[in-house]
Write a protein that binds this ligand. Structure first.
Ligand code: SDX
Length: 436
C-alpha cells in the first residue's frame, strides 16, 4: 500500500484536541484511514458493528467492485476464469498469485491428485454421527479432525507446513464431502481415482459405487468445476474473516479452516443456497409462479422476517457476476439432463424478473447473488439440498487458505482482538445470598 498525499483529521466539537491520521491508497478501490493510533491518542475506539466501513487487513488476492458488479481473482475477471480456466488453475492463481503455465499446471494437478486420499482411520469419525446429521456438522468435525492426523503440517508459522496443509485441504475436501454424503445414504465410501480430474473424481466419489463402473458426464463435470471456481474466494466475507481471526491466534490451518466451515453454514452466508432452494420449493408447493406476488408481499412486510434468499449482498449493489455465470451453467446442465422445463428454474427466473422491477428491491439495490441459482443446478446434478453448503465449503477452502497464508506472511499481522462500547452495569458489590 502507498501513503496518500493527504491526511484525515479528526476534530471534536467539545474542544477536545483533534488528531491527524495517515491515509493509505491500494492499487484499486477505496483509500483507508489508518486509525491504529486513535485509541492511544484519544482514548476512544471506533464503532462499526458488522464492519461495514472497516478494512481488517490489506490483501492482494480478491477485489470486488460492488457498484460495477465486478469480481477479480488476483486481477483476473471471474467471467474469464470461469470460462477459460479450470478450478485447479484457479487454485494455483489464488495461492501463488499467477495462473500456472502448462508445466506448472501438470505439477500442481499431480500434487493435489496424490493427496486426495484421507487417513484410513478418518472413516471411523463418521460412525460417531447419526446418519441424518447435517453434512456441515459432519464436515466441521472431519476438517477439524484433520489436525489429529497430519502433525507434519500443523505449525502455521512454518511455510513448508502451510504449503503442504494447503495442498492436503484442497485435495481432501472433495473426499470428505463425498464421505459425508455416502455415510448419510448408507452407501460405501468411494476411494478417489487418480486418473480422473478434480471435479470428475468428486462426481464419482459422490455418485459411483463399487458394484459398477462410473462414467463421468463431461457437461456435469465442467459445470461442477465452474461452480467451484465461482465460489473459490470473495474478499473478507464472514467466513474468511473468521478464518483470519482464528488463524491469528497461531492455531493450526485445519482448525482455522474448520472455523470457516462453521461460519459458512449460516443461512445469511453460505447456507443461503440451501435456504434459497427450500424457499423455491415452498413457493412451488404454495402454487408456484401464481403465488409469487403473495410471497413478495411477505418479503416486503418488515414484520414477516421473510427474506428473498439468494438476493442481496453486503458489497454487491449491482448484479453479482457469479449469479449470471451460475444461471448460464444452470441452463447448460438442465438442457443436458433434459430438464429445461424444470419448474423451480422457471420459478426462480420469474422471481428474479419481478424483484428486479419492484421498487423495494431496486431502491435497496438488491440483486441475485451467487446463491440464487446455485441450488437449482446442484439439485439437477443430484446433490442433496443439505449438501449445497458443503460444496460451497469445498470450493471456498482454497480462498480461506490463500487469505490465511497471506495474513501469516504479513509482517504487520497481530492476533485479532477487537474492543467494545460497554453499556452494562458499572462496578457494584456482590450481596450475600440472604440479602439478594
Ligand atoms: C454470501 O460477504 C460475502 O461476500 C458473502 C458471499 C461470499 O461469496 O462469501 O458472497 C456469499 O453469503 C452471499 C449472500 C447470501 N445470503 C443470502 O442470500 C441471504 C439473503 N440476503 C440477506 O440476508 C442480505 O442481503 C445479506 C446478509 C446478504 C446482506 O445483508 P446486509 O448487507 O447487512 O444488508 P441489510 O440486511 O442491511 O439489508 C439492507 C436492506 C434491509 O431493509 P431496510 O432495513 O433498509 O428496510 O435490504 C433488505 C434488508 O431488510 N434486504 C432484503 C434482503 N437482503 C437485504 N430484503 C429481502 N430479501 C433479501 N434477501
Amino acid at each position: 500500500m502507498k501513503i496518500a498525499d493527504y491526511k484525515a483529521t479528526l476534530s471534536f466539537s467539545n474542544g477536545q484536541p483533534g488528531i491527524e491520521m495517515p491515509v493509505y491508497k491500494g492499487s484499486i478501490g477505496p483509500d483507508v484511514i489508518d486509525i491504529r493510533k486513535l485509541y492511544g491518542q484519544t482514548g476512544m475506539f471506533t464503532y462499526d458493528p458488522g464492519f461495514l466501513s472497516t478494512a481488517s487487513c490489506q490483501s492482494a488476492i480478491t477485489y470486488i467492485d460492488g457498484d460495477k458488479g465486478e469480481l477479480l481473482y488476483r486481477g483476473h475477471p471471474i467471467e474469464q476464469l470461469a470460462t477459460q480456466c479450470d478450478f485447479l488453475e484457479t487454485c494455483h492463481l489464488l495461492l501463488y498469485g499467477e495462473l500456472p503455465n502448462a508445466q506448472k499446471k501438470t505439477e500442481f494437478t499431480s500434487l493435489v491428485t496424490n493427496h486426495t486420499m484421507v487417513h484410513e482411520q478418518m472413516q471411523f469419525f463418521l460412525r460417531g454421527f447419526r446418519r441424518d446429521a447435517h453434512p456441515m456438522a459432519v464436515l466441521t468435525g472431519l476438517i477439524g479432525g484433520l489436525s489429529a492426523f497430519y502433525h507434519d503440517s500443523t505449525d502455521i508459522n512454518n511455510a513448508a507446513h502451510r504449503e503442504i496443509a494447503a495442498i492436503r485441504l484442497i485435495a481432501k475436501l472433495p473426499t470428505l464431502v463425498a464421505m459425508a454424503f455416502k455415510y448419510s445414504i448408507g452407501q460405501p465410501f468411494m476411494y478417489p481415482k487418480n486418473d480422473l480430474n478434480y471435479a470428475g473424481n468428486f462426481l464419482r466419489m459422490m455418485f459411483g459405487n463399487p458394484c459398477e463402473e462410473y462414467k463421468v458426464n463431461p457437461v456435469l463435470e465442467r459445470a461442477l468445476d465452474r461452480i467451484f471456481i465461482l465460489h473459490a474466494d470473495h474478499e473478507q466475507n464472514a467466513s474468511t474473516s473468521t478464518v483470519r481471526l482464528c488463524g491469528s491466534s497461531g492455531t493450526n490451518p485445519f482448525a482455522a479452516i474448520a472455523a470457516g466451515v462453521a461460519c459458512l453454514w449460516g443461512p445469511a452466508h453460505g447456507g443461503a443456497n440451501e435456504a434459497c432452494l427450500n424457499m423455491l420449493e415452498d413457493i412451488q408447493k404454495m402454487g408456484g409462479v401464481a403465488k409469487v406476488g403473495e410471497f413478495m408481499s411477505q418479503v416486503k412486510d418488515k414484520n414477516s422476517n421473510v427474506k428473498l434468499m439468494g438476493f442481496g449482498h453486503r458489497v454487491y449493489k449491482n448484479y453479482d457476476p457469479r449469479a449470471k455465470l451460475m444461471q448460464e451453467t444452470c441452463n447448460e446442465v438442465l438442457l443436458e439432463l433434459g430438464l429445461e422445463n424444470d419448474p423451480l428454474f422457471k420459478l426462480a427466473k420469474a422471481l428474479e424478473k419481478i424483484a428486479l422491477e419492484d421498487d423495494y428491491f431496486v431502491s435497496r439495490k438488491l440483486y441475485p447473488n451467487v446463491d440464487f441459482y446455485s441450488g437449482i443446478v446442484q439439485r439437477a446434478i443430484g446433490i442433496p439440498v443439505n449438501l449445497f453448503t458443503g460444496i460451497f465449503a469445498l470450493a471456498r477452502t482454497v480462498g480461506w487458505i490463500a487469505q490465511l497464508n497471506e495474513m501469516i506472511g504479513d509482517p504487520e499481522y497481530k492476533i485479532g482482538r477487537p474492543r467494545q462500547l460497554f453499556t452494562g452495569a458499572e462496578r457494584r458489590e456482590v450481596l450475600a445470598l440472604n440479602k439478594r
